[in-house]
Write a protein that binds this ligand. Structure first.
Ligand SMILES: [Zn+2]
Length: 833
């Protein structure tokens, strides 16, 4: 049914050259499609009436014609089309020699011959009227009219001459591709050109613009041999443009804005072609908005939409046209202030379940002439990537009644981020990101780089949303996903101490803030959402934070863990000590010589420390869960090795990607300087390759266990300066979310010193402090230590090719020398190597 309407399109392309009436129609058409002037003048339609009466007066009553003409604002072609549609709807289908010429095979098959007297009479009279004039132009889509075909027949040597004519057409090879704007088909004459040798027509793209040529005296560049040897042009196809074409034998120009118009080119004539990209014809933004609104509510579009809905296709009509503030900003940034470049003021989004439905939707839209609409631009970004990698089929429809273009954007339901229709998690994310970078004009090379990276990131996101990356690829990306709840995203250091307005006036800072917040809030559950998160996090890591700094608490922990591993590996003695570590005993009271602990009240030092650290006092807030353990012990009682052991266990038990507190071992003798006591933690962290810039962020977001070893070693210097004695304040530990373990040799600090310095008698009890004393080894512990030690020695010696003592030999030796044993019991760690 619709096919016949398409043929009518061809009918209106026939332009007679010697009839006053019909050239006036032509002018009318020019006005309609080009300039759109005010057509309300009375009596204006008299000429059109005259033509209509001549064409169809035998079939249709004059009053009816007049009524239709007024309704269509004097557009003769709309009236003719409307009558044909009406007649077709009465279930009349036509096969006439006239139509047959322009009908392709598939249409041919489905055309039934049911002739109504009136209708066929009307048709023949129309045909006859037109045929009596010399035909200057024939315009059609995809198919060639008979007269042109016969011209090419002689030229084409590749084509089978015997098969039926419709088949021949399909098999005619064409070289080069057509693009938006003007395309010319001609013949190359270069002797070394394969296309020329085979006498195949080639397509030359001109694009948009004005050109003129004499059809058999051209010198266009051949797409095959790249020489300027396309000497003659036989056909033109003008696509996605408002265009005009004129030949010098008549000086009557044809104007049109159908997305695909073919015109045969006659030999020896001078042609003038003009093609512009589609533009709105509004006189102001308000005018554009009001035209768009009228068009959106017009019967033409309503009919098209209901046709689509018949196929169970979702058509989303925006409740209201875009708000003018955003529209104005967009016009200013994207279109240099030219509102006539805006097509989405009136836009329908068409959502389909699958690719086949989408094909149907596009096919239906392309038949929009049936609804008195003109398909003016057809851009397929569904199989071909758009600049933004969004995947859709975009069709611009011209609504003649309101002289405005509206946009139909068709895509799959899976690909849309339209609120209320999308299956994408956090659908606004990609668009908000786009809004951040859209109008950004980078100020320097660094910003340029960030802009580039941002654009690339957006592309990657759209590739995931629109499945330019396949399922497998998306899954692979998603497999790297880690929830922010686990890894703890770190705030970009550049945002610290910046005011809201400072951030808002600086695009890179704005982006940094936006991404940080998004990454802290978005918790995707589906593959696509996870993949999107991973892409954003990668971008954040590389371009917002910088690869050398950690982007999350987990990253930070990893950095420190690496630094710790390296430190241990480089210290052979320490490594050995850790390998032979035997659980240490501790007690609430200090050990006195001769006390073999008959009370049996000592406990495992490590267990005690861990329990103390982990115990949560529910009456206190997190800020108040500050804890200090003071460990005292005699020289050589194992304080340092205990600290190192604790650090090792904490790291070994550290679950990667968690927010567990991070252990940091700090040796007072190495780190402490009187002058920068307050920055002792910063010093320690910088020593572990953590940059100063991110300290603020780290301080805010990471929790620690500071293991501070050997306070006695600095005490002489420490006591001399400053009135404040409490170590917690002097080391500025309040700034950190940390629990602290501090070790000190017994008998270096007196009771008062211990109270003022380590307990902080003046503090108002916010910090829970616990004290424990390391006790020397029992016989049993010593035994197991010797065993471990000997085993390790044997292992090492075997490796080195030497033999060494057995554990028995060690023990016998010790037993034979009681004094040695006593000394050893209190000095066992540091003196055993
Ligand atoms: Zn060539």
């Amino acid at each position: 049914m619709c096919n016949v309407n398409q043929d009518q399109k061809d009918v209106k392309g026939f332009i007679p050259n010697s009839s006053n009436e019909l050239s006036r129609i032509d002018k009318e058409k020019m006005r309609l499609l080009g300039g759109m002037q005010n057509r309300s003048e009375q009596g204006k339609h008299a000429k059109e009436m005259n033509v209509l009466m001549k064409l169809c007066g035998d079939v249709i009553k004059e009053e009816e014609l007049k009524k239709q003409l007024e309704e269509s604002n004097g557009n003769v072609f709309v009236v003719i089309e409307r009558f044909i549609i009406k007649l077709m709807d009465q279930n009349i289908e036509v096969q006439s020699s006239f139509l047959d010429t322009n009908t392709d095979r598939s249409e041919h098959k489905t055309t039934q011959v049911i002739c109504d007297n009136n209708f066929s009479f009307f048709f023949f009279s129309l045909h006859k009227t037109i045929s009596t004039y010399n035909i200057l132009f024939a315009k059609k889509k995809k198919k060639l009219p008979e007269n042109e075909r016969s011209l090419q027949k002689e030229a084409s040597i590749e084509i089978e001459q015997t098969s039926e004519k419709l088949k021949k057409e399909d098999e005619r090879a064409e070289i080069g591709e057509t693009r938006p704007g003007i395309n010319l088909q001609g013949y190359c004459t270069h002797t070394d050109c394969l296309a020329s040798k085979a006498n195949l027509p080639v397509w030359v793209n001109i694009g948009f613009g004005d050109i003129s040529f004499v059809s058999d005296k051209t010198s266009y560049c051949c797409p095959d041999c790249r020489q300027s040897t396309v000497k003659s042009v036989v056909k033109t196809m003008i696509s996605n443009s408002e265009h005009s074409i004129c030949a010098n034998d008549t000086l009557v120009s044809v104007k049109d804005n159908h997305y695909q118009c073919f015109y045969p080119i006659k030999p020896g004539l001078l042609y003038e072609l003009k093609a512009k990209t589609i533009r709105q014809h509004a006189t102001s933004l308000e005018d554009l908005i009001s035209r768009s609104e009228s068009a959106m509510m017009s019967n033409e579009l309503i009919n098209l939409v209901s046709e689509l809905q018949k196929y169970l296709i979702t058509v989303v009509k925006p409740p209201k046209v875009k708000d003018s503030v955003r529209l104005l900003e967009k016009i200013r940034c994207d279109y240099n202030g030219n509102y006539n470049q805006v097509f989405d003021v009136g836009r329908f989004t068409i959502l389909c379940d699958n690719a086949t439905k989408l094909q149907t939707a596009v096919a239906v839209m392309k038949k929009a002439e049936k609804f008195n609409l003109i398909v003016s631009e057809d851009k397929d970004f569904f199989e071909r990537q758009s600049k933004t990698h969004h995947r859709f089929h975009n069709i611009k429809l011209y609504v003649p009644k309101h002289d405005v273009y509206v946009e139909m954007q068709a895509t799959l339901k899976n690909y849309t981020t339209l609120e209320g229709y999308t299956v994408i998690e956090n659908p606004k994310l990609s668009h908000s990101f786009y809004e951040h970078i859209r109008a950004w004009k980078p100020k320097n090379a660094k910003e340029e780089e960030l802009k580039q990276a941002s654009d690339e990131t957006l592309t990657k996101i759209n590739d995931i949303i629109c499945e330019w990356i396949d399922d497998k690829g998306i899954k692979k990306i998603a497999s790297h996903y880690k929830s922010h709840l686990d890894i703890g995203i770190l705030k970009p250091s550049q945002l610290s101490q910046k005011t809201e307005s400072e951030i808002n006036n600086n695009v890179p800072l704005k982006i940094a803030k936006f991404l940080y917040e998004q990454l802290c809030e978005f918790t995707p559950e589906k593959e696509k959402g996870k993949a999107i998160y991973v892409i954003f996090y990668e971008y954040y890591k590389k371009h917002i934070i910088g690869y050398s700094d950690p982007a999350s608490c987990a990253d930070f922990a990893l950095l420190l863990q690496e630094s710790w591993k390296q430190e241990i590996e480089e210290d052979v003695n320490l490594l050995q000590a850790l390998e032979t570590y035997i659980p240490l005993q501790a007690n609430d009271r200090a050990h006195v010589d001769g006390d073999d602990n008959e009370k049996n009240d000592s406990y495992d030092c490590y267990q005690h420390a861990i329990e103390f650290l982990e115990r949560v006092d529910e009456r206190k807030s997190e800020q108040e869960q500050r804890k200090v353990i003071i460990i005292q012990g005699k020289s050589g009682s194992g304080k340092s090795i205990f600290c190192r052991h604790l650090e090792e266990i904490l790291w070994n038990n550290y679950v990667s990607d968690s927010k567990q507190p991070i252990p940091v071992y700090i040796s007072f003798s190495k780190i402490y300087h009187k002058r920068n006591e307050k920055d002792i933690i910063l010093q320690a962290l910088q020593g572990k390759h953590i940059s100063k810039e991110i300290m603020n962020t780290i301080r805010e977001q990471v929790s620690f266990i500071f293991i501070m070893d050997g306070f006695d070693e600095i005490f002489d210097v420490y006591r001399k300066s400053n009135n404040e004695q409490y170590f917690y304040d002097r080391f500025n530990l309040n700034q950190w979310n940390a629990k602290v373990i501090i070790t000190c040799r017994s008998n270096v600090l007196n009771e008062d010193d211990i109270h003022t310095t380590l307990f902080g008698t003046n503090q108002n009890n916010v910090i829970t402090t616990s004290m424990m004393y390391l006790w020397p080894f029992t016989k049993q512990q010593m035994h197991s230590y010797i065993e471990k030690f000997a085993k390790m020695k044997v292992k090492n010696k075997k490796r080195d090719g030497n033999s060494d003592w057995t554990p028995q030999q060690y023990e016998e030796t010790l037993n034979n020398y009681p004094n040695l044993q006593k000394w050893w019991r209190s000095h066992f760690y540091f003196n055993s190597f």
